[in-house]
Design a protein around this ligand. Structure first.
Ligand SMILES: [Zn+2]
Length: 424
Protein backbone atom coordinates (compact mmCIF):
# COMPACT_ATOMS: atom_id res chain seq x y z
CA UNK A 1 0.00 0.00 0.00
CA UNK A 2 2.83 2.37 0.81
CA UNK A 3 4.07 1.77 -2.70
CA UNK A 4 0.76 2.78 -4.23
CA UNK A 5 0.56 5.88 -2.07
CA UNK A 6 3.98 7.06 -3.15
CA UNK A 7 2.98 6.51 -6.78
CA UNK A 8 -0.21 8.49 -6.39
CA UNK A 9 1.97 11.37 -5.23
CA UNK A 10 3.55 11.34 -8.68
CA UNK A 11 0.11 11.79 -10.26
CA UNK A 12 0.21 8.73 -12.45
CA UNK A 13 -1.73 8.94 -15.70
CA UNK A 14 -4.25 6.17 -16.24
CA UNK A 15 -6.38 5.55 -19.32
CA UNK A 16 -10.16 6.02 -18.78
CA UNK A 17 -11.73 3.54 -16.32
CA UNK A 18 -8.42 1.71 -15.82
CA UNK A 19 -7.77 0.57 -12.25
CA UNK A 20 -4.28 1.37 -10.87
CA UNK A 21 -2.06 -1.53 -11.97
CA UNK A 22 -1.06 -4.13 -9.40
CA UNK A 23 2.63 -4.27 -10.29
CA UNK A 24 3.33 -7.00 -7.73
CA UNK A 25 1.21 -9.32 -9.89
CA UNK A 26 4.19 -9.35 -12.29
CA UNK A 27 6.46 -10.86 -9.62
CA UNK A 28 5.82 -14.35 -10.97
CA UNK A 29 7.53 -13.29 -14.21
CA UNK A 30 10.89 -12.48 -12.60
CA UNK A 31 13.76 -14.17 -14.46
CA UNK A 32 11.43 -15.76 -17.02
CA UNK A 33 12.96 -13.93 -20.00
CA UNK A 34 16.38 -12.87 -21.26
CA UNK A 35 17.32 -9.27 -22.02
CA UNK A 36 17.74 -10.23 -25.68
CA UNK A 37 14.25 -11.68 -26.06
CA UNK A 38 12.66 -8.87 -24.03
CA UNK A 39 14.26 -6.23 -26.27
CA UNK A 40 13.36 -8.11 -29.42
CA UNK A 41 9.68 -8.27 -28.45
CA UNK A 42 9.58 -4.58 -27.48
CA UNK A 43 11.28 -3.45 -30.69
CA UNK A 44 9.60 -5.78 -33.15
CA UNK A 45 6.07 -6.14 -31.78
CA UNK A 46 5.00 -3.95 -28.88
CA UNK A 47 6.70 -0.62 -29.49
CA UNK A 48 8.03 -0.54 -33.06
CA UNK A 49 8.61 3.25 -32.87
CA UNK A 50 10.68 2.83 -29.70
CA UNK A 51 8.41 4.90 -27.42
CA UNK A 52 8.58 2.23 -24.72
CA UNK A 53 12.23 3.12 -24.10
CA UNK A 54 11.19 6.68 -23.13
CA UNK A 55 9.94 5.05 -19.93
CA UNK A 56 12.51 2.30 -19.36
CA UNK A 57 16.15 1.79 -18.45
CA UNK A 58 17.70 -1.54 -19.35
CA UNK A 59 20.95 -3.36 -18.65
CA UNK A 60 21.98 -7.02 -18.79
CA UNK A 61 20.49 -7.75 -15.38
CA UNK A 62 17.22 -5.85 -15.38
CA UNK A 63 14.79 -3.39 -16.89
CA UNK A 64 13.13 -0.67 -14.81
CA UNK A 65 9.86 0.89 -15.99
CA UNK A 66 9.15 4.50 -15.06
CA UNK A 67 5.91 6.43 -14.92
CA UNK A 68 7.45 9.53 -16.48
CA UNK A 69 9.68 10.17 -19.46
CA UNK A 70 12.14 11.90 -17.11
CA UNK A 71 12.61 8.48 -15.49
CA UNK A 72 12.29 9.79 -11.93
CA UNK A 73 9.28 7.71 -10.77
CA UNK A 74 10.07 3.98 -11.00
CA UNK A 75 7.08 1.63 -11.25
CA UNK A 76 8.65 -1.79 -11.48
CA UNK A 77 11.93 -3.61 -11.99
CA UNK A 78 12.07 -6.90 -13.82
CA UNK A 79 15.18 -9.06 -13.54
CA UNK A 80 16.33 -11.05 -16.56
CA UNK A 81 17.35 -14.68 -16.87
CA UNK A 82 21.05 -14.92 -17.74
CA UNK A 83 20.32 -17.11 -20.77
CA UNK A 84 17.56 -19.18 -22.35
CA UNK A 85 18.58 -22.33 -20.46
CA UNK A 86 17.96 -20.84 -17.02
CA UNK A 87 14.64 -19.06 -17.62
CA UNK A 88 12.23 -19.60 -14.72
CA UNK A 89 8.88 -21.16 -15.70
CA UNK A 90 6.13 -18.67 -16.44
CA UNK A 91 3.23 -18.43 -13.95
CA UNK A 92 0.52 -19.05 -16.58
CA UNK A 93 0.39 -21.53 -19.38
CA UNK A 94 -2.05 -22.01 -22.22
CA UNK A 95 -2.49 -25.18 -24.20
CA UNK A 96 -1.24 -24.61 -27.72
CA UNK A 97 -1.50 -28.15 -29.02
CA UNK A 98 -4.25 -30.76 -29.04
CA UNK A 99 -4.40 -32.99 -25.97
CA UNK A 100 -7.12 -35.37 -27.20
CA UNK A 101 -6.55 -38.98 -28.23
CA UNK A 102 -10.04 -39.17 -29.70
CA UNK A 103 -9.95 -38.43 -33.47
CA UNK A 104 -13.72 -37.70 -33.39
CA UNK A 105 -13.20 -34.98 -30.74
CA UNK A 106 -9.81 -33.45 -31.60
CA UNK A 107 -10.35 -30.29 -29.48
CA UNK A 108 -11.39 -32.18 -26.34
CA UNK A 109 -9.63 -30.81 -23.26
CA UNK A 110 -9.23 -27.32 -24.76
CA UNK A 111 -11.14 -24.24 -23.66
CA UNK A 112 -11.92 -21.58 -26.28
CA UNK A 113 -13.53 -18.23 -25.41
CA UNK A 114 -15.66 -16.48 -28.00
CA UNK A 115 -16.14 -12.71 -27.95
CA UNK A 116 -18.85 -11.54 -30.35
CA UNK A 117 -17.98 -7.86 -30.77
CA UNK A 118 -20.27 -5.02 -29.60
CA UNK A 119 -23.47 -5.07 -27.56
CA UNK A 120 -26.24 -4.69 -30.13
CA UNK A 121 -29.96 -4.85 -29.43
CA UNK A 122 -31.23 -1.58 -27.94
CA UNK A 123 -27.65 -0.29 -27.86
CA UNK A 124 -26.73 -0.77 -31.53
CA UNK A 125 -27.53 2.79 -32.58
CA UNK A 126 -25.78 4.33 -29.59
CA UNK A 127 -22.64 2.32 -30.31
CA UNK A 128 -22.84 3.37 -34.00
CA UNK A 129 -22.90 -0.22 -35.21
CA UNK A 130 -26.20 0.13 -37.05
CA UNK A 131 -27.35 1.27 -40.46
CA UNK A 132 -30.37 0.73 -42.66
CA UNK A 133 -30.56 1.14 -46.44
CA UNK A 134 -34.00 1.96 -47.89
CA UNK A 135 -36.45 -0.90 -47.24
CA UNK A 136 -33.71 -3.46 -46.60
CA UNK A 137 -33.45 -5.06 -43.16
CA UNK A 138 -31.21 -3.05 -40.81
CA UNK A 139 -27.58 -4.13 -40.40
CA UNK A 140 -26.46 -4.45 -36.75
CA UNK A 141 -22.84 -5.52 -36.40
CA UNK A 142 -23.42 -7.14 -32.98
CA UNK A 143 -26.03 -9.41 -34.53
CA UNK A 144 -23.75 -10.47 -37.39
CA UNK A 145 -21.00 -11.23 -34.86
CA UNK A 146 -23.42 -13.20 -32.65
CA UNK A 147 -24.77 -15.29 -35.56
CA UNK A 148 -21.20 -16.05 -36.67
CA UNK A 149 -20.08 -16.95 -33.15
CA UNK A 150 -23.08 -19.25 -32.58
CA UNK A 151 -22.20 -21.11 -35.78
CA UNK A 152 -18.53 -21.20 -34.79
CA UNK A 153 -19.41 -22.48 -31.30
CA UNK A 154 -21.48 -25.28 -32.83
CA UNK A 155 -18.49 -26.35 -34.93
CA UNK A 156 -15.93 -26.09 -32.13
CA UNK A 157 -18.18 -27.96 -29.70
CA UNK A 158 -18.68 -30.69 -32.29
CA UNK A 159 -14.86 -30.89 -32.38
CA UNK A 160 -14.92 -31.43 -28.61
CA UNK A 161 -13.87 -27.94 -27.41
CA UNK A 162 -15.20 -26.42 -24.21
CA UNK A 163 -16.62 -23.13 -25.57
CA UNK A 164 -17.06 -20.26 -23.12
CA UNK A 165 -18.38 -16.78 -23.80
CA UNK A 166 -17.17 -13.25 -23.12
CA UNK A 167 -20.77 -12.22 -23.84
CA UNK A 168 -23.81 -13.92 -25.31
CA UNK A 169 -26.97 -12.19 -26.49
CA UNK A 170 -27.57 -8.47 -26.78
CA UNK A 171 -27.30 -7.13 -23.23
CA UNK A 172 -24.21 -5.35 -21.88
CA UNK A 173 -21.88 -7.39 -19.66
CA UNK A 174 -20.91 -4.27 -17.73
CA UNK A 175 -23.27 -3.05 -15.02
CA UNK A 176 -22.26 0.55 -15.77
CA UNK A 177 -24.43 2.73 -18.02
CA UNK A 178 -23.72 6.02 -19.87
CA UNK A 179 -25.69 8.01 -17.25
CA UNK A 180 -23.44 6.73 -14.46
CA UNK A 181 -20.26 7.72 -16.32
CA UNK A 182 -20.56 11.52 -16.57
CA UNK A 183 -17.88 12.14 -13.96
CA UNK A 184 -15.48 9.78 -15.75
CA UNK A 185 -16.44 11.35 -19.09
CA UNK A 186 -15.50 14.82 -17.86
CA UNK A 187 -12.20 13.48 -16.52
CA UNK A 188 -11.48 11.73 -19.82
CA UNK A 189 -12.27 14.83 -21.86
CA UNK A 190 -10.09 17.00 -19.65
CA UNK A 191 -7.27 14.46 -19.84
CA UNK A 192 -7.06 13.51 -23.46
CA UNK A 193 -6.87 17.03 -24.80
CA UNK A 194 -9.81 16.91 -27.14
CA UNK A 195 -10.12 20.65 -26.52
CA UNK A 196 -6.59 21.84 -27.02
CA UNK A 197 -5.85 25.27 -25.60
CA UNK A 198 -4.14 26.29 -28.84
CA UNK A 199 -7.41 26.01 -30.75
CA UNK A 200 -9.43 28.04 -28.26
CA UNK A 201 -10.31 31.67 -28.71
CA UNK A 202 -9.59 34.07 -25.87
CA UNK A 203 -13.28 34.36 -25.17
CA UNK A 204 -13.72 30.63 -24.61
CA UNK A 205 -15.60 29.52 -21.54
CA UNK A 206 -15.47 26.37 -19.53
CA UNK A 207 -18.34 24.08 -18.56
CA UNK A 208 -17.61 21.60 -15.78
CA UNK A 209 -13.98 22.55 -16.18
CA UNK A 210 -13.93 21.71 -19.89
CA UNK A 211 -13.13 24.58 -22.25
CA UNK A 212 -15.73 25.09 -24.97
CA UNK A 213 -15.52 26.90 -28.28
CA UNK A 214 -17.26 30.19 -29.04
CA UNK A 215 -17.52 33.59 -27.40
CA UNK A 216 -19.93 34.78 -24.76
CA UNK A 217 -22.60 35.62 -27.35
CA UNK A 218 -22.79 31.92 -28.11
CA UNK A 219 -22.41 30.88 -24.52
CA UNK A 220 -25.63 28.93 -24.40
CA UNK A 221 -24.75 27.02 -27.56
CA UNK A 222 -21.36 26.42 -26.03
CA UNK A 223 -22.93 24.96 -22.93
CA UNK A 224 -25.19 22.70 -25.00
CA UNK A 225 -22.18 21.64 -27.07
CA UNK A 226 -20.17 20.79 -23.96
CA UNK A 227 -23.05 18.81 -22.49
CA UNK A 228 -23.38 16.94 -25.78
CA UNK A 229 -19.64 16.19 -25.71
CA UNK A 230 -19.95 14.82 -22.19
CA UNK A 231 -22.96 12.67 -23.15
CA UNK A 232 -21.06 11.41 -26.15
CA UNK A 233 -17.92 10.66 -24.14
CA UNK A 234 -19.95 8.85 -21.45
CA UNK A 235 -21.53 6.71 -24.17
CA UNK A 236 -18.11 5.92 -25.63
CA UNK A 237 -16.75 4.98 -22.21
CA UNK A 238 -19.75 2.72 -21.68
CA UNK A 239 -19.67 0.68 -24.88
CA UNK A 240 -15.99 0.92 -25.81
CA UNK A 241 -14.27 0.74 -22.44
CA UNK A 242 -16.50 -0.41 -19.55
CA UNK A 243 -18.05 -3.17 -21.64
CA UNK A 244 -14.69 -4.59 -22.79
CA UNK A 245 -13.25 -4.33 -19.28
CA UNK A 246 -16.23 -6.30 -17.94
CA UNK A 247 -15.79 -8.94 -20.64
CA UNK A 248 -12.09 -9.21 -19.84
CA UNK A 249 -12.96 -9.93 -16.21
CA UNK A 250 -15.29 -12.72 -17.33
CA UNK A 251 -12.77 -14.22 -19.77
CA UNK A 252 -9.74 -14.00 -17.49
CA UNK A 253 -11.54 -15.88 -14.71
CA UNK A 254 -12.31 -18.70 -17.17
CA UNK A 255 -8.65 -18.99 -18.24
CA UNK A 256 -9.27 -20.11 -21.85
CA UNK A 257 -6.46 -21.57 -23.95
CA UNK A 258 -7.48 -19.29 -26.83
CA UNK A 259 -9.82 -16.31 -27.22
CA UNK A 260 -11.41 -15.39 -30.56
CA UNK A 261 -12.93 -11.94 -31.11
CA UNK A 262 -15.35 -11.81 -34.03
CA UNK A 263 -16.20 -8.59 -35.90
CA UNK A 264 -17.38 -7.38 -39.28
CA UNK A 265 -15.51 -4.38 -40.63
CA UNK A 266 -16.96 -1.41 -42.52
CA UNK A 267 -16.06 1.67 -44.46
CA UNK A 268 -17.46 4.97 -43.24
CA UNK A 269 -21.17 4.75 -44.12
CA UNK A 270 -22.09 8.31 -43.21
CA UNK A 271 -25.70 8.82 -42.13
CA UNK A 272 -26.98 5.48 -40.71
CA UNK A 273 -30.40 6.19 -42.27
CA UNK A 274 -28.90 6.96 -45.70
CA UNK A 275 -25.76 4.83 -45.64
CA UNK A 276 -23.14 4.83 -48.39
CA UNK A 277 -22.25 1.49 -49.94
CA UNK A 278 -18.63 1.14 -51.02
CA UNK A 279 -16.99 -1.16 -53.54
CA UNK A 280 -14.80 -3.78 -51.96
CA UNK A 281 -14.42 -5.67 -48.68
CA UNK A 282 -11.02 -6.30 -47.19
CA UNK A 283 -9.98 -8.68 -44.43
CA UNK A 284 -7.75 -8.01 -41.45
CA UNK A 285 -6.79 -9.85 -38.27
CA UNK A 286 -4.94 -8.42 -35.27
CA UNK A 287 -2.35 -9.59 -32.76
CA UNK A 288 -1.75 -7.32 -29.76
CA UNK A 289 1.15 -4.93 -30.33
CA UNK A 290 2.20 -1.59 -31.80
CA UNK A 291 1.40 0.52 -28.73
CA UNK A 292 1.30 4.19 -29.66
CA UNK A 293 3.51 6.84 -28.09
CA UNK A 294 0.52 8.67 -26.58
CA UNK A 295 -0.91 5.43 -25.17
CA UNK A 296 2.31 4.62 -23.34
CA UNK A 297 1.98 7.78 -21.24
CA UNK A 298 -0.62 5.86 -19.22
CA UNK A 299 0.77 3.57 -16.53
CA UNK A 300 -1.91 0.94 -17.09
CA UNK A 301 -0.81 0.67 -20.74
CA UNK A 302 2.78 0.11 -19.67
CA UNK A 303 1.56 -2.55 -17.26
CA UNK A 304 -0.67 -4.26 -19.85
CA UNK A 305 2.14 -4.23 -22.43
CA UNK A 306 4.50 -5.80 -19.94
CA UNK A 307 2.03 -8.46 -18.85
CA UNK A 308 1.19 -9.33 -22.43
CA UNK A 309 4.87 -9.45 -23.40
CA UNK A 310 5.88 -11.54 -20.37
CA UNK A 311 3.07 -14.01 -20.97
CA UNK A 312 4.84 -14.60 -24.32
CA UNK A 313 1.53 -15.06 -26.12
CA UNK A 314 2.86 -13.20 -29.16
CA UNK A 315 4.27 -16.39 -30.67
CA UNK A 316 0.85 -18.04 -30.39
CA UNK A 317 -1.01 -14.93 -31.55
CA UNK A 318 1.16 -14.62 -34.64
CA UNK A 319 0.77 -18.30 -35.45
CA UNK A 320 -2.98 -18.32 -34.75
CA UNK A 321 -3.71 -15.09 -36.62
CA UNK A 322 -1.65 -16.24 -39.60
CA UNK A 323 -3.54 -19.57 -39.76
CA UNK A 324 -7.01 -18.10 -39.24
CA UNK A 325 -6.16 -15.09 -41.41
CA UNK A 326 -4.99 -17.25 -44.32
CA UNK A 327 -8.02 -19.49 -43.96
CA UNK A 328 -10.32 -16.44 -44.12
CA UNK A 329 -8.54 -15.10 -47.22
CA UNK A 330 -8.80 -18.51 -48.92
CA UNK A 331 -12.42 -19.15 -47.95
CA UNK A 332 -14.08 -15.75 -48.13
CA UNK A 333 -11.89 -14.60 -51.03
CA UNK A 334 -11.81 -10.91 -50.15
CA UNK A 335 -8.44 -9.16 -50.48
CA UNK A 336 -6.35 -8.25 -47.40
CA UNK A 337 -6.57 -4.81 -45.80
CA UNK A 338 -3.79 -2.36 -46.57
CA UNK A 339 -3.39 0.56 -44.20
CA UNK A 340 -2.30 4.00 -45.33
CA UNK A 341 0.79 5.57 -43.78
CA UNK A 342 0.20 7.16 -40.40
CA UNK A 343 -2.26 4.52 -39.31
CA UNK A 344 -0.77 2.85 -36.26
CA UNK A 345 -0.69 -0.83 -37.14
CA UNK A 346 2.32 -2.92 -38.04
CA UNK A 347 2.15 -5.74 -40.55
CA UNK A 348 3.44 -9.00 -39.05
CA UNK A 349 3.86 -12.60 -40.29
CA UNK A 350 3.89 -13.76 -43.93
CA UNK A 351 0.10 -13.54 -44.24
CA UNK A 352 -0.86 -10.17 -45.75
CA UNK A 353 -3.95 -9.59 -43.55
CA UNK A 354 -2.19 -9.91 -40.15
CA UNK A 355 -1.34 -6.72 -38.26
CA UNK A 356 -0.17 -5.83 -34.75
CA UNK A 357 -2.45 -3.27 -33.17
CA UNK A 358 -3.22 -2.32 -29.60
CA UNK A 359 -6.95 -2.87 -29.04
CA UNK A 360 -8.57 -2.98 -25.63
CA UNK A 361 -9.80 -6.54 -26.12
CA UNK A 362 -6.57 -8.08 -27.40
CA UNK A 363 -4.68 -6.21 -24.68
CA UNK A 364 -6.85 -7.10 -21.65
CA UNK A 365 -7.75 -10.72 -22.41
CA UNK A 366 -5.09 -12.97 -20.95
CA UNK A 367 -3.64 -15.68 -23.14
CA UNK A 368 -3.48 -15.78 -26.94
CA UNK A 369 -6.16 -13.70 -28.71
CA UNK A 370 -7.16 -13.91 -32.37
CA UNK A 371 -9.02 -10.73 -33.28
CA UNK A 372 -10.88 -11.15 -36.59
CA UNK A 373 -12.35 -8.37 -38.70
CA UNK A 374 -14.63 -9.88 -41.31
CA UNK A 375 -15.99 -8.43 -44.57
CA UNK A 376 -17.17 -4.82 -44.78
CA UNK A 377 -20.84 -4.61 -43.83
CA UNK A 378 -21.38 -1.73 -46.28
CA UNK A 379 -19.35 -3.01 -49.23
CA UNK A 380 -21.40 -4.18 -52.22
CA UNK A 381 -19.50 -7.49 -52.35
CA UNK A 382 -20.65 -8.40 -48.82
CA UNK A 383 -23.72 -6.28 -48.01
CA UNK A 384 -26.22 -8.28 -50.08
CA UNK A 385 -24.91 -11.53 -48.63
CA UNK A 386 -25.18 -10.09 -45.11
CA UNK A 387 -28.80 -8.95 -45.48
CA UNK A 388 -29.70 -12.34 -47.00
CA UNK A 389 -29.26 -13.70 -43.46
CA UNK A 390 -28.08 -17.18 -42.51
CA UNK A 391 -29.26 -20.18 -44.55
CA UNK A 392 -28.24 -23.72 -45.48
CA UNK A 393 -26.90 -24.54 -48.94
CA UNK A 394 -26.54 -21.75 -51.47
CA UNK A 395 -28.62 -18.80 -52.59
CA UNK A 396 -28.63 -16.64 -55.73
CA UNK A 397 -27.43 -13.19 -54.69
CA UNK A 398 -26.67 -10.43 -57.21
CA UNK A 399 -26.37 -13.05 -59.95
CA UNK A 400 -24.04 -15.47 -58.12
CA UNK A 401 -24.65 -18.56 -55.97
CA UNK A 402 -23.28 -18.10 -52.48
CA UNK A 403 -23.28 -20.06 -49.24
CA UNK A 404 -24.28 -18.10 -46.10
CA UNK A 405 -21.55 -15.55 -45.37
CA UNK A 406 -21.90 -16.35 -41.65
CA UNK A 407 -21.32 -20.07 -42.21
CA UNK A 408 -18.37 -19.35 -44.45
CA UNK A 409 -16.80 -17.04 -41.86
CA UNK A 410 -17.35 -19.59 -39.04
CA UNK A 411 -15.98 -22.47 -41.15
CA UNK A 412 -12.88 -20.43 -42.04
CA UNK A 413 -12.14 -19.64 -38.39
CA UNK A 414 -12.73 -23.25 -37.30
CA UNK A 415 -10.35 -24.48 -40.01
CA UNK A 416 -7.63 -22.11 -38.78
CA UNK A 417 -8.23 -23.05 -35.14
CA UNK A 418 -7.92 -26.77 -35.91
CA UNK A 419 -4.59 -26.12 -37.62
CA UNK A 420 -3.49 -23.95 -34.68
CA UNK A 421 -3.98 -26.86 -32.31
CA UNK A 422 -2.19 -29.22 -34.71
CA UNK A 423 -5.25 -31.20 -35.82
CA UNK A 424 -4.91 -32.99 -39.21
ZN1 LIG B 1 -16.69 -4.41 -34.71
Amino acid sequence: MGFLLSISGAQAILSPLAPPPDWSSLDGYQKTITRKEFSRLVNQVYSPDGSFWDYARIDDQKVTIYSDAGKTHPLYTLHFAADDNVCAPRPYSYKTHMVSNDPALPLKGLRIALDPGHIGGDWAQLEARYFKLNDDPPVLEAKLNMITCDLLAERLEADGADVVWAKHGYEPVTSLRPDSLHHEAIAALAQNGKFRSSTLSDSSTTIFGIPVFGGSARHRNGQAAAEARIENEAALLFYRVAEIRARAEVVNKLHPDLTICVHYNADDWGDPNHPTLTGQSRLVIFINGAYEKSELEADDMKFDLLRKLLDRTVVEEERGCALVGQSMLDTLKYPPESYPGGYFAKHVTDVPSVYARNLLANRLYHGPVIYCEGPYMNARDAYYRIIAGDYLGTKLIQGYRYPSIYRQYAAAVEHGVLKYFGVK
